[in-house]
Design a protein around this ligand. Structure first.
Ligand code: ADP
Ligand code: ZN
Length: 215
């Protein structure tokens, strides 16, 4: 098993890129901490009830909750698979948890792919983001428009704006990224795991660039 991390600010396209990569490679599994948490909130599990307020405010949920959620990340996963982590780790403490998981299951680790996008573009991407509440497909009003306005291409459900995509919460998420997640750039850079990718331009081209770092 191999574990690869996608690192980048909110709006940098982690979920979109990971989704594309996983769709074209049966051995690549996309694991999104945000999707796992939103699913827990929807199902009102104990973890979901605890996470909800933090997520609405654009804060990180406590590391303890993440530890429980990702503790069994590799359980039952075929050894031929690559796990593509999107949204985890987000703090240096979480990177330590991941190290422990990697060590205990004998997985190989890396690279950590940093999706680089200018700040102004992050805000624009998040403002136009829409998602399908039924199947999870992601869209953008101008960059990735659905065929029929406001409706999911996959299942026809009405698209929604995520609760934490309002301007005030977005500002907070970007600040949290800078203070709590950006230290991981140096953390993984020092271990020579970091690969920087220009995450602007056509999505297909970004996917190609990221795929090259995984080869
Ligand atoms: P984005 O990367 O666009 O901010 P995500 O879907 O990855 O969106 O995360 C949404 C929210 O879920 C975060 O703002 C945070 O509250 C919570 N979250 C997701 N992953 C983690 C994590 N690894 N640690 C703490 N909180 C997390
Ligand atoms: Zn859908």
């Amino acid at each position: 098993m191999r574990i690869v991390v996608l690192l980048g600010a909110p709006g940098s396209g982690k979920g979109t890129i990971a989704g594309r990569l996983a769709a074209s490679d049966a051995l690549l599994r996309h694991v999104s901490s945000g999707d796992l948490l939103r699913d827990a909130v929807r199902r009102q599990t104990a973890a979901g009830v605890e996470a909800d307020g933090y997520m609405r405010r654009g804060e990180l949920v406590p590391d303890g909750l993440i530890a429980r959620m990702v503790g069994d990340l590799t359980v039952g996963v075929d050894s031929a698979c690559t796990l593509l982590l999107d949204g985890f780790p987000r703090t240096v403490a979480q990177a330590g948890m991941l190290d422990a998981t990697v060590a205990s299951c004998g997985a190989s680790f890396g690279p950590v792919v940093l999706l680089e996008v200018p700040d102004a573009m992050l805000v624009e991407r998040i403002a136009g983001r829409r998602g399908c509440p039924a199947c999870g497909a992601g869209y953008h009003v101008t960059n990735i428009p659905p065929a029929r306005e406001g409706l999911c291409d996959v299942c026809g459900t009405g698209l929604v704006v995520r609760k934490d995509d309002n301007p005030e919460t977005v500002r907070n998420r970007l600040a949290v990224y800078r203070t709590q997640t950006m230290p991981l750039i140096d953390f993984y850079g020092a271990r020579d795991h970091l690969r920087r990718v220009d995450a602007t331009g056509p999505i297909d081209e970004i996917v190609v660039r990221v795929r090259q770092t995984l080869a």
